[in-house]
Design a protein around this ligand. Structure first.
Ligand SMILES: [Zn+2]
Length: 492
């Protein structure tokens, strides 16, 4: 089967053919590190991770580069608010980004470049654009001359008048054209700066991604991914800068990941409706959060509501129970050859037979691959997986007696197949321990106990409330009552 990707550039599903045989060069726009990231941001990062894992499953070797934007207006403003330097702020949030994304099972990219460590490359690229006549310096700023690039608008499919409407928001008399965007910004007081041929200043956001993608992946890359909101102007500007500089196509497949929504609105810092990943991880396992975030195909909006993560937690529990049962039943003979399975299908008591279980393994594989080949349809892939999980549960319910060797081998084979495809989606790892799931369960149980104690206090049942507090204290869990709520902590 051939993998097809929806290319935002052509607005069509296209067969995926990388530039070099067997090798994929991929760039994914990463976070601006001025705060923790929320589960809406996580959707984009997680989808890039799943795309990379599936490409590897198909036999490609993938080089993934994900930038961490560590110089930006938001960073400077936040650092000034807090009275610390930009670098102190970004160091903290780079570390928290790595902590949270790794807890979520997002593998590290091959390179995580930061613009502050690529100033010479960025300056060189800007100079190339000036030399080619498509960029112009004015009083220490450098702008890109949008009307010098015929292809401007080809990614976002915008007409010149739409582009103007968008650009009017920022009135700047010094620009030749309102659509022109900054490549280099002269330093204002209390801003970090670097020396450049145009004076002290710092790079614009768009040029960073062009310069770092070129440095670490080369002039033409296979896949460029990012959130839907980055298509314009960020990615449009990346194309304009890169393609004029190299005179080659910049990215061959552009992928844009849709938003996570709450109550029909995009989850965003500006909307104040977000849930930080680190808070979600206090109550839900990484696998449950991943399951939720891939429960819709990436181009479709995904809606978050009160039951989303609970439903995903139940689904992951069902999956883990099934895999545990398969492991127990089939582990002794998992290493046996599958020829035993094929040559001696054996009917057993119950809801299913060996032959039909074998068939359902193949159906699951086919379904999983067909869905993933269809523009990484993770929702379809989960459907194929959980159909087999349900079938296996029925099968095991019907296997009351000690299963035969052939059945055991088949159960081992089922385990291996399920574990492999779940590993591609990152919702199961053979080496995972249940610690994270137990920790989430522990937090939920304590919240429940605190709730029940609050009920007792509300009805002035002080005896029960004190008993709960004292018993928890014996377990080294301390409750602290305030007027309206009770918090708990472990130890003193
Ligand atoms: Zn970018």
């Amino acid at each position: 089967m051939a993998l097809k990707i929806y290319n935002s550039l052509s607005r069509q599903l296209e067969k995926f053919v990388p530039l070099q045989d067997g090798k994929v060069l991929m760039y994914s726009c990463g976070p601006t590190v001025y705060d923790y990231f929320h589960i809406g941001n996580a959707r984009t990062f997680l989808i890039s991770d799943v795309i990379r894992r599936y490409l590897e499953y198909k036999g490609y070797s993938v080089k993934l580069v994900q930038n961490l934007t560590d110089i930006d207006d938001k960073i400077i403003n936040r650092a000034n608010e807090l009275g610390i330097s930009s670098s102190e702020l970004t160091e903290k949030y780079v570390n928290s980004y790595f902590e949270d994304s790794q807890r979520l099972g997002i593998r590290l990219a091959d390179v995580h470049p930061k613009p502050t460590e690529h100033i010479p490359e960025i300056i060189e690229l800007i100079q190339t654009l000036i030399d080619k006549g498509v960029a112009y310096p004015i009083d220490g700023d450098v702008y890109y001359r949008v009307n010098s690039f015929d292809g401007y608008g080809k990614l976002s499919h915008r007409q010149p008048e739409d582009l103007l409407a968008g650009a009017r928001v920022e009135v700047n008399e010094r620009k030749e054209d309102p659509r022109d965007f900054d490549l280099w910004k002269s330093a204002k007081p209390s801003e970090p700066w670097w020396n450049s041929p145009w004076g002290k200043g710092r790079p614009g956001w768009h040029i960073e991604c062009s310069a770092m993608a070129m440095k670490h992946l080369g002039q033409t890359i296979d896949i460029h991914a990012g959130g839907h909101d980055l298509q314009f102007p960020h990615h449009e500007n990346e194309i304009a800068q890169s393609e004029v500089a190299t005179e080659k196509p910049f990215a061959r497949y552009w992928m844009h990941i849709a938003f996570l929504r709450i109550d029909g609105r995009r989850m965003a810092k500006s909307e104040r409706n977000f849930i930080f990943v680190r808070n979600a991880l206090e109550n839900y396992s990484p696998e449950a959060i991943r399951h939720f975030l891939i429960s819709a195909q990436y181009r479709h909006p995904l809606d978050y509501n009160a039951t989303s993560l609970k439903d995903s937690t139940s689904a992951i529990r069902r999956l883990n129970n099934c895999l545990d049962a398969l492991k127990m039943a089939g582990v002794e003979s998992a290493a046996e050859t599958s020829s035993t399975v094929n040559s001696q299908p054996q009917s057993i008591e119950g809801l299913d037979s060996d032959a039909s279980l074998l068939e359902s393994i193949n159906t699951m594989r086919d379904g999983f691959e067909a869905a993933m080949d269809d523009d990484f349809n993770t929702a379809g892939a989960l459907g194929a997986i959980f159909k087999l999980v349900n079938g296996v549960n029925q099968f095991l319910a019907g296997t009351e007696n000690q299963p035969s060797q052939a059945t055991k081998a088949l159960l081992g084979k089922t385990y291996n197949n399920l574990a492999e495809v779940c590993g591609v989606l990152g919702i199961y790892s053979e080496t995972q321990d249940s610690a994270s799931e137990n920790a989430a369960l522990f937090n939920q149980l304590l919240d429940l106990i605190v709730d029940l104690r609050q009920d007792a206090r509300n009805r002035k049942d002080w005896e029960t409330a004190d008993k709960i507090r004292d018993r928890l204290k014996q377990l080294d869990i301390e409750l602290k009552d305030s007027r309206n709520s009770t918090t708990w902590k472990i130890g003193n």
